[in-house]
Design a protein. Structure first.
Length: 311
């Protein structure tokens, strides 16, 4: 990217956000803070009304607009890839909204670029895994995003626990996150009077309430750190036959796999887990093709499970 392209891209970034810091610009374009200052000065000298406040960042004067810049074919192709992912990884309502946006993107492309995008569509495929989790039901993500935007409580009808018992909850959603092929929400649950994680594939119905959030929540980053990363982690090492590793699919990542190395027909696997009992129940599905290397106490946990079976 030459300097002119970079300055144009910085202008687009300024138009797309209320405030942009020099650090954000420097990190995105791989330049120094001093270079950011020079580029901003160039924009100002060309008549762009850039406002800058020490410790805050840069913004454009309220009401200032420039016609949108044309998309490059590389940008358009990246949107096409995003469209494929959204179609397979979200609910139908969210895909319909994105597809509407994609039609607007296609509308402003040059005719030759439209043809490229149309013909290239067949070259991007998303195949569903045999181990794919249940899809998000229709009309779930959009209400959730509205709830987050407007700070309104939602009422969930939800299949909870190992037995998928139907339960009704009133919750205050704080974030939506995607992990190992599954969409979740982190929310304050009025029933449990605590923060809970909900698997969106288990949602039966969802309705946005008119009731605003009643709980004062800590900053999201701090909350996530407290809930998900403050648990005592135990390292588990397994020696796993390649057939078992294949059969585990993506679930092995959900159970904490962070390293896997080949050893002939076997793999050495390393996991970080917070509960040996929970991990042990999952391990039992592959126990005939796996050897526990450490911790040895996990073997004791497995033996207790087997002894408790009513066979």
């Amino acid at each position: 990217m030459n300097r002119l392209e970079r300055i144009s891209a910085i202008l687009v970034k300024l138009q797309s956000r209320p405030v942009v810091t020099a650090k954000e610009i420097a990190e995105q374009f791989g330049i120094s803070i001093r270079t950011v200052y020079r580029d901003i000065r160039t924009l100002e000298e060309s008549g762009i009304p850039v406002c800058g406040e020490v410790g805050q960042g840069y913004s454009l004067v309220e009401g200032f607009k420039l016609p949108p810049l044309m998309f490059t074919i590389e940008e358009a192709l990246s949107f096409l890839m995003a469209e494929k992912l959204i179609r397979h990884q979200t609910d139908g309502d969210t895909y319909d909204v994105f597809r509407s946006g994609m039609d607007k993107i296609r509308a402003v492309l040059k005719t030759t670029d439209k043809d490229i995008l149309h013909n290239f569509d067949q070259n991007i495929r998303i195949s569903r895994s045999h181990y794919a989790p249940p899809p998000v039901p229709a009309n779930v993500l959009q209400p959730l995003m509205k709830s987050l935007l407007n700070k309104k409580q939602i009422r969930l009808e939800y299949k909870a626990g190992y037995n998928y018992e139907t339960t009704c909850r009133t919750v205050e959603p704080l974030c939506i996150f995607f992990m190992s092929g599954i969409w979740y929400i982190l929310a304050w649950c009025n029933l449990r009077n605590d923060y809970r994680t909900f698997h969106l594939g288990r949602v039966i119905s969802i309705k946005v309430s008119e009731q605003s959030f009643e709980t004062v929540h800590p900053p999201l980053d701090k909350l996530i750190e407290t809930i998900y990363f403050n648990e005592t982690e135990i390292e588990v090492r397994l020696h796993v036959h390649r057939d078992a590793s294949r059969d585990m699919g993506n679930t092995k990542y959900a159970y904490g796999l962070y390293e896997e190395t080949a050893d002939g027909e076997y793999y050495f696997q390393k996991y970080k887990v917070s509960s040996l009992e929970k991990f042990g129940r999952w391990y039992l599905m592959f126990a005939d093709k796996c050897e526990i290397i450490e911790p040895l106490v996990l073997r004791t946990v497995i033996k207790k499970f087997i002894a408790s079976l009513n066979l």
